[in-house]
Design a protein around this ligand. Structure first.
Ligand code: G4P
Ligand code: NA
Ligand code: NA
Length: 194
């Protein structure tokens, strides 16, 4: 997605060899015009998949996910990272380990909002090791619903998440794919679809 690639080139800041800081348009300040285009792009990618729900995880996945859901005309659900004190029995829970943060979080979704008839599009801002996406997929599968696809705004292709998810049988569509973050420079995977 050219607009997004241009934004990464103009505003992304490379930290070390692993991390791309994008807090001017995605992770802190958010660019609504860009998010709207991201939503349209995901909707185009997955329009044939009869999506019934878009699922993400708080907090940075919410903006691209809500715009995608708006375009597809379906609800968006975000998994919570902190357990609700009031809901204990009607929740779906999965553990998600973050290699980046070296901690395990429990993510939760109310059972009210997913059932076996759902075809779910998982959306997230970044894909690194894939743990968040796998956790969301397990939540979907707990209720017997179908993961119809995974839409990622920025894939770090030099980390194993995309490969692991594809090997597990999921369709992964990433709008921007980064081959390397070295010497302060972003190198894109050049076989992008657009
Ligand atoms: P994984 O799910 O792919 O295994 O990723 P990982 O645990 O490594 O990611 C932990 C957090 O770090 C996630 O955000 C993820 O989006 C973010 N992250 C991973 N790599 C990068 C990167 O290169 N740049 C930026 N900006 N973020 C990255 P989170 O903790 O869930 O936070 P939130 O922003 O969604 O609130
Ligand atoms: Na994030
Ligand atoms: Na995220």
């Amino acid at each position: 997605m050219k607009l997004l690639k241009d934004k990464v080139m103009s505003e992304g800041i490379v930290l070390g060899n692993q991390v791309l800081k994008v807090d001017s348009f995605l992770n802190h300040q958010m660019d609504p015009v860009l998010m709207k285009e991201v939503g349209k792009e995901f909707a185009r990618h997955f329009e044939g998949e009869q999506i019934t729900k878009v699922l993400t995880i708080e907090s940075s996945g919410i903006a691209p996910a809500i715009m995608t859901a708006l375009e597809l005309g379906v609800p968006m659900i975000f998994a919570r990272k902190n357990k609700s004190l009031t809901l204990k029995e009607n929740i779906l829970v999965e553990k998600v380990y973050s290699f980046t943060k070296q901690e395990t979080n429990e993510i939760t979704v109310s059972k009210k909002f997913l059932d076996e008839n759902d075809r779910v599009l998982i959306v997230d801002d970044f894909l690194a090791n894939g743990e968040a996406a796998f956790g969301l997929a397990r939540i979907v599968e707990q209720v017997g619903a179908k993961v119809a696809g995974i839409g990622i705004v920025i894939e770090k292709s030099f980390q194993p998440g995309a490969r692991r998810l594809k090997e597990a049988g999921y369709r992964v569509d990433s709008l921007v794919r980064i081959a390397a973050l070295e010497n302060g420079t972003v190198t894109f995977v050049d076989d992008q679809t657009n």
